[in-house]
Design a protein around this ligand. Structure first.
Ligand code: C2E
Ligand code: SIN
Ligand code: FE
Length: 389
């Protein structure tokens, strides 16, 4: 490979690395890695398997020839739910168990002495002709095998040729980027799961209550996220809200039990104390560097404001109330209405929807109330899903 070409490819690889580090969606990211690896090598087809225990599962498959013949949906259908054992018997399994590249010029001419063999089922079923195959393991920084990247039929001037051995290192390095991406995605998922679990537990603890409160927090945060999505928020902000909404009432940790758990109606003095849960919550989360906590702070301080200005603690009105507060107000009240409380019984969902509508323009932002009505099926699903968890 000449120096100029090498430089170009290095730059390309670098720019892929940068693009990857900014991508959140693992599937898209793996698709992109396979596409770039094919681009580097001129491969007609490419697959990526992810390791699950002792098996390799198809995660990505691209095949230009079959795509042209079958269309994108047909191409996708070919590969769904395909798994291989990690054993020496298959090419991909061999590469995984030995952590070795396999660059095979013609899979139909593999020597009988080889430990691995080519499985021609796919070719027969789809009238495809596999010939050259470059298979590289996806190794992470600890040399763990996270999967296998397989490139099929290097093509030059319309002819299938062998993969250039000089390109193996580049492909291997792309496969490692895929491994890093998979590790990151798994870590992120785990961190988010633990984070959300912690938020739920702290929020429940703040209200000194039981399973009912846990379910309320889950439902109202999912209602809030669904409503925000309906109002056009992007995925990242919707997710942020899903994490911020559970903390809307953490200020209740500062409300005496005698008030918080009082079975009947609150008197004027108790009501004044109760209203402080908004400002106490905001104080707990104030001055944080975390965008999530800053968002939660806004939610805590605004979720009891009303559209007509009769809410608390500030009596803010209309669009002066941050939209997130107007969203959470609907979600929180809807779930409070449809749930049993120490001070009241539960209303039916239908009845609760009606109250949200009838209080639109007084308590609730009319736009939020209308959008909530449009997602009622989703709301019912969420209600069903988090009934007693
Ligand atoms: P929560 O029980 O989680 O209720 C949240 C919000 O849902 C309420 O905010 C209110 O906007 C709405 N909501 C709940 N039940 C009803 C209802 O029957 N009708 C209507 N129209 N809206 C309802 P709010 O009123 O600011 O109350 C905040 C928190 O104060 C409540 O949270 C609850 O913890 C406490 N609280 C409110 N009223 C009473 C009461 O009479 N007795 C006791 N013990 N606590 C109360
Ligand atoms: C293998 O690695 O043996 C699977 C290749 C294929 O069936 O296309
Ligand atoms: Fe509240």
């Amino acid at each position: 490979m000449d120096a100029e070409r090498f430089r170009e490819e290095l730059l390309k690889l670098h720019s892929i690395g940068i693009a990857l580090s900014g991508m959140h969606d693992l599937n898209k990211l793996l698709e992109m890695i396979v596409r770039e690896a094919r681009h580097f090598t001129g491969a007609d087809a490419g697959s990526l398997y992810l390791r699950e225990g002792d098996a390799l599962r198809f995660a990505v498959s691209q095949n230009d020839t079959l795509k042209e013949r079958l269309g994108p949906d047909g191409e996708r259908a070919l590969f769904s739910s395909f798994t291989l054992q990690i054993s020496e018997a298959s090419i991909a399994g061999y590469a995984a168990s030995n952590k070795k590249n396999l660059n095979i010029p013609n899979v139909y001419a593999i020597s009988d002495a080889a430990l691995y063999g080519f499985n021609p089922d796919f070719d027969q079923r789809n009238d495809y002709r596999t010939r050259s195959v470059l298979t590289v393991p996806m190794l992470d920084h600890r040399e763990e095998v996270l999967g296998v990247l397989q490139l099929i039929n290097a093509t030059k001037d319309g002819q299938v040729v062998a993969f250039e051995s000089e390109r193996e290192d580049l492909v291997r390095s792309l496969a490692s980027q895929a491994a890093v991406a998979v590790n990151n995605a798994r870590l992120t998922t785990e961190i988010k799961r633990v984070h959300l679990d912690t938020i739920y537990r702290l929020s429940v603890a703040a209200e000194y209550k039981d399973k009912d409160t846990a379910a309320h927090i889950r439902r109202m945060s999912h209602y809030s996220a669904a409503l925000a999505r309906k109002l056009g928020w992007d995925d990242d902000r919707v997710e942020l809200l899903l994490y911020a909404a559970p903390m809307h009432d953490v200020g209740k940790i500062g409300i005496p039990d005698s008030v918080l758990l009082k079975p009947g109606k609150l008197n004027a003095e108790e009501w004044k104390i109760m209203q402080e849960h908004t400002t106490i919550g905001a104080r707990i989360m104030a001055d944080s560097e975390s965008p999530l906590l800053r968002f939660s702070e806004t939610v805590a301080i605004t979720h009891h404001e009303k559209w007509n200005g009769s809410g608390y603690p500030n009596g803010t009105k209309g669009e002066d109330i941050p939209q997130v507060g107007r969203i959470v107000a609907v979600a929180d009240a809807f779930d409070a209405l449809s749930s049993k409380r120490v001070y009241k019984g539960a209303l039916a969902l239908e009845e609760s929807f009606k109250i949200i509508q009838s209080d639109a323009g007084t308590h609730f932002d009319p736009e939020c109330a209308a959008a909530f009505s449009e997602i009622r099926e989703e709301v019912r699903e969420i209600h069903k899903k988090y009934k007693d968890v």
